[in-house]
Ligand binder design. Structure first.
Ligand code: C2E
Ligand code: MG
Ligand code: MG
Length: 505
């Protein structure tokens, strides 16, 4: 069960006195019935392949008992060879992602990866070697795909990945993911003392652009992979025209390297406020790239590529160093405000990352408690074996930890309870409708209660209106961040704001 909980979407529900009072829209998609159905008939919670996975009980001051939980598919159709979801389960995930994407104005892409020359392995090395190769490549592809992706096994040596909830133009993101897959599958393999390399081709299709529904998405990604196989060396092919070569990304690498070397990177700082008084409890450092050709480039336009090419490591180092320097400068000016910064999945897998923090903290003479590390929900949820030692060392140093974008990805609530984290940052998509749509409002309320039950401080992200601020004050949310309170500011403006605003000691 623990393993399933890590892999499959966990969907928040809230129940009072054992009766569900809130079922998230994603749960509805999974269950195939409107929440009202479950509100009227709690027994119907356990049906089909879905069972209730309860994680915590809280007794509130007025004596009501609340339960928070996750819905987890109990018996997913897994491919026995790789242990990955098989086609049927993938199709369900794609269908749910397509349904989610319409109201959210996001898009969905499917990658279909096929290994070349697999028949040679079977012929030359035998069945056991063949299966070992497929398992190893499946494991690598799973690790190479974004943490939130669903990776499925469709046939021997054919894997598919679902990339859901993509905001903006999907091309760069999809290409980067496909590039990761090709690199991962192409690394040397060793079976029975034989060392060899395989190549993979990837086909991609994107919702709306080249497929209208879940069936077409899967079919077209498959067709594009086969076209890539027939073609003249293109490793990644989008369905219908749009070809892309992963090597083109190397151009971007050169420009990013220059950005680091020539000082084109900068940080903006967005205050996090305590409600209702308005003192500043921390500032979040947000990366910008002042590209001579394009002006100020937002992080989501270059971080995914930097992740793919490995440039995130020097960039991440620069961010840590600059945050420490800024913190030291503020402290020297009597402004004792913790600096929070974002860490991407690849940095989190790099053991040297904690050394960098330790070294920079010492060099700048600041306490480690002046730093907060923000790690996204999906990183925190996956790969406990790899994440846990890093978290442990950070905690040992005294660095504080935050889970970023909570609610945007898939959470195992059981895992959430295990993590010793100080802050839970509630993704801003929840804020968008919280003050006007009672159901969205209840979900924010549920997340706030959940944070309290787990002894974490909740931060509401994306507060854009006075109405939303008031909603949070009414709900007793202590910490908030958003354009309505303050935008991300250049260092000098942030210093002016900090000097004027009351601190939080
Ligand atoms: P995030 O960590 O969730 O940061 C919050 C993002 O929401 C920022 O976008 C911020 O400008 C934006 N935001 C803040 N208040 C509001 C609001 O009221 N409404 C709306 N619509 N947006 C608001 P930004 O700066 O574009 O950063 C986007 C993401 O890029 C960040 O999301 C973070 O995941 C990533 N990122 C930023 N800096 C770094 C970095 O140094 N390293 C890494 N690895 N990732 C970074
Ligand atoms: Mg953040
Ligand atoms: Mg966030």
């Amino acid at each position: 069960m623990g393993e399933l909980a890590e892999r499959l979407p966990a969907v928040l529900f809230v129940a009072e006195h054992g009766r569900p009072t809130y079922v998230s829209p994603a749960a509805t998609t999974l269950l195939g019935n409107p929440p009202e159905h479950y509100l009227a008939d709690p027994i119907a919670w356990e049906r089909d392949r879905v069972t209730l996975h309860e994680i915590s009980n809280t007794v509130k001051e007025d004596g009501t008992r609340r339960t928070y939980g996750a819905l987890v598919a109990a018996n997913p159709a897994l491919d026995p060879l790789t242990d990955l979801p098989a086609r049927g389960l993938l199709l369900e995930h794609v269908r749910a992602a397509v349904a989610r994407s319409r109201p959210a104005d996001t898009t969905v892409a499917v990658l279909h990866a096929g290994l070349d020359r697999l028949d040679l392995v079977a012929a030359g090395l035998g069945r056991d070697a063949y299966e070992a190769v497929i398992r190893e490549v499946a494991r690598r592809v799973r690790d190479a795909m974004p943490e939130t992706a669903i990776v499925a096994s469709l046939a021997d040596g054919e894997l598919a990945g679902l990339l859901a909830d993509i905001e903006g133009d999907p091309t760069t993101f999809v290409e980067a993911a496909a590039g990761h897959v090709i690199v991962a599958a192409g690394r040397p393999l060793e079976v029975d003392g034989e060392r060899f390399e395989l190549t993979a081709r990837v086909g991609a299709s994107v919702l709306a652009a080249d497929a209208a529904d879940e069936h077409a998405l899967l079919r077209h990604a498959d067709a594009a992979m086969r076209a890539a196989r027939r073609g003249d060396g293109n490793r990644v092919l989008f369905y219908e025209g749009g070809t892309a070569d992963a090597l083109e990304r190397l151009l971007m690498t050169g420009r990013l390297r220059r950005a680091v070397d020539e000082g084109e990177l900068l940080l903006h700082f967005q205050p996090i406020f305590r409600l209702p008084a308005g003192s500043v409890v921390a500032v979040e450092a947000l990366l910008r790239w002042r590209d001579p050709d394009r002006g100020l480039v937002p992080p989501l336009d270059f971080i995914p590529v930097a992740e793919y090419t490995g440039m995130i490591e020097p960039i991440g180092h620069w961010v840590v160093e600059t945050c420490c320097a800024q913190s030291a400068a503020w402290r020297a000016a009597g402004l004792d405000v913790p600096v929070s910064f974002n860490v991407s999945p690849r940095q989190f897998r790099d053991p040297a990352f904690v050394d960098v923090i330790e070294c920079e903290v010492e060099r700048h003479g600041i306490p480690a408690s002046a730093l907060i590390v923000e790690v996204t929900e999906s990183v925190a949820m996956r790969e406990p074996a790899c994440v846990e030692p890093v978290l442990e060392r950070l905690r040992g140093l005294g660095v504080r930890l935050a889970i970023d974008d909570f609610g945007a990805g898939y959470s195992s609530l059981a895992r959430l309870r295990e993590l010793e984290v100080d802050l839970l940052k509630i993704d801003r998509t929840f804020m968008a409708e919280a003050a006007t749509d009672p159901r969205a409002g209840r979900l924010v309320g549920a997340a706030l209660d959940l944070a309290a039950a787990l002894d974490m401080s909740a931060v509401a992200e994306g507060v854009e209106t006075e109405q939303q601020r008031r909603f949070l004050v009414d709900r007793g949310c202590a910490l908030a961040q958003g354009f309505h309170l303050a935008r991300p500011l250049p260092a000098a403006e942030a210093t002016a704001l900090l000097s004027a605003a009351p601190g939080d000691g």
